[in-house]
Design a protein around this ligand. Structure first.
Ligand code: NDP
Ligand code: HSE
Length: 439
């Protein structure tokens, strides 16, 4: 499987690790676009090996390329670039470190690995002079990391916020639009190739947290790992939450929010969180449905930028991988290198308890005199300011919805704990952050 070779340069020899949803599309594009890629790179791109788990399953690729020995493939002398689309942390981390230590450039879509070990991988790449590219690891086909790493390198980014997980957006969109059940929609997302091998990585927010760590690291020139990210998934989001959101002209999205924060004493830090949030239906993110992703980037000079497109799936992700492969191959042909890690700012990461957001709290209470006043008193006690209250009677009970002004997470949690213990509060039906509105 060799592309048309250039008269001017040796072909760039590529080892592919993984040939599943994304890998099969990479093989297809490499084959179908061989001549164009050669012209763009200034030399051919030759696939010299493909590591998989079960070679018998892969009847569409030449058998002589297949191997189950990824460890041997990544350091073979006839390999220039390793493209990794297997996923997971081990043994992939060891293979990519071995490749980088041997001077092979690496292109990967593996956000779980990068969100934990980017520093180690960049260090290895730095020592050997190899490239490390990972555009496909965040937001599928959308060119987002290269703008952060390169186009905005002269600006100062203050905030990155968006929808970065296609599977959960697919599920939440279906719950909102059709009232579809959670598990059947997740099955459909897996069938369409959006979900991770273990889909709990999607629904519990791990995948989005990894992506948020990568985005924050690039945006704020600081090493942020997945463990630094406050994470809440969507498994607790119910149809009652959607009904409550709808009643107030809102919908629910799983958001990743990365912020540069300045304290009163001028000390800067980074706050990174992933959680479901209610947003107004008029907000541009409310119209991002299915497996699409969208990310807002705010920078001091550029202002607000929005990136939108397919966030998951084999072909869209392969597009981003191929873009990186062309960049790496061009660097090899001309003898240059891509951008290295930029972590000079080394800002501290702020705990979630100090983060301030607006909240929507829905309570099931007894409908009698003094209830609203007593609930409001708990909010006042914890210095959580109420922005709006809505009450609807139901026989002897009432549904009480409270929307707060911006309040620290810790104060809100203490307030809700106290309110839940009041004798006339039957149930705390839902507590959800509100984003995209004035605080
Ligand atoms: P799949 O599960 O579809 O494919 C994984 C591939 O890795 C399979 O070909 C499998 O081999 C191979 N593999 C697994 N373990 C080993 C092993 N020990 N040795 C050799 N090969 C192995 O995953 P995807 O293609 O969906 O995802 C791959 C990567 O891309 C992940 O990091 C994912 O997070 C990322 N990604 C995926 C997106 C998507 O929409 N799917 C979007 C963006 C990023 P075999 O086929 O023989 O079992
Ligand atoms: N499982 C991921 C998602 C794949 O649903 O967004 C794309 O990174």
């Amino acid at each position: 499987m060799t592309s048309a070779t250039s008269e001017t340069a040796q072909p760039i020899r590529v080892a592919l690790l993984g040939c599943g949803t994304v890998g099969t599309q990479i093989v297809r594009l490499l084959t179908e676009q061989a001549d164009d890629l050669t012209a763009r790179v200034g030399g051919g791109i030759e696939l010299v090996g493909i590591a998989v788990r079960r070679p018998n399953k892969h009847r569409d690729v030449p058998a002589e390329l297949l191997t189950t020995d990824a460890a041997a493939l990544v350091t073979r002398p006839d390999v220039d670039v390793v493209v990794e689309v297997i996923g997971g942390i081990e043994p992939t981390r060891g293979w990519l470190l071995a490749a980088l230590n041997a001077g092979k450039s690496v292109v990967t879509a593996n956000k779980a690995l990068l969100a934990e070990h980017a520093g180690e991988l960049f260090d290895a790449a730095g020592r050997s002079g190899a490239d490390l590219y990972f555009e496909a690891s965040v937001a599928g086909a959308i060119p987002l990391l290269r703008p952060l790493r390169e186009s905005l390198a002269g600006d100062r980014i203050t905030r990155v916020m968006g929808i970065v997980n296609g599977t959960t957006n697919f599920i939440l969109s279906a719950m909102d639009e059709t009232g579809a059940g959670y598990s059947e929609t997740l099955d459909e997302a897996s069938r369409l190739g959006y979900a991770e091998a273990d889909p709990t990585a999607d629904v519990d927010g791990f995948d989005a947290a990894s992506k948020a760590a990568i985005l924050a690291s690039l945006a704020f020139h600081t090493r942020v790992t997945a463990g630094d990210v406050h994470r809440e998934g969507i498994s607790a989001v119910t149809s009652a939450d959607f009904a409550a959101a709808r009643a107030l002209g809102r919908t629910i999205k799983l958001l990743a929010i990365c912020e540069r924060v300045r304290d009163a004493d001028g000390q800067e830090s980074v706050a990174v969180r992933v959680h479901p949030a209610m947003i107004p239906r008029s907000h541009p993110l409310a119209g991002v449905n299915g497996a699409f992703n969208a990310v807002f980037v705010e920078a001091e000079a550029a202002g607000q930028l929005m990136f939108y497109g397919p966030g998951a799936g084999g072909a869209p992700t392969a597009s981003a991988v191929l873009g990186d492969l062309v960049a790496v191959a061009r660097n090899r042909v001309v003898g240059g290198r891509g951008p290295r890690e930029s972590a000079y700012a080394d800002l501290p990461v702020r705990p979630i308890a100090q983060a301030s957001t607006r909240y929507h709290i829905s309570l099931d209470v007894a409908d009698r005199a003094g209830v609203l006043a007593a609930v409001a008193a708990e909010f006042a006690q914890h210095e959580v300011s109420i922005a709006a209250v809505r009450q609807e009677g139901r026989a002897n009970d009432a549904s009480l919805v409270i929307v707060t002004h911006s309040a620290p997470d810790a104060a809100l949690r203490s307030t809700v704990d106290k309110v839940a213990g009041l004798p006339f509060v039957h149930e705390v039906v839902s507590v959800m952050r509100v984003e995209g509105e004035e605080s």
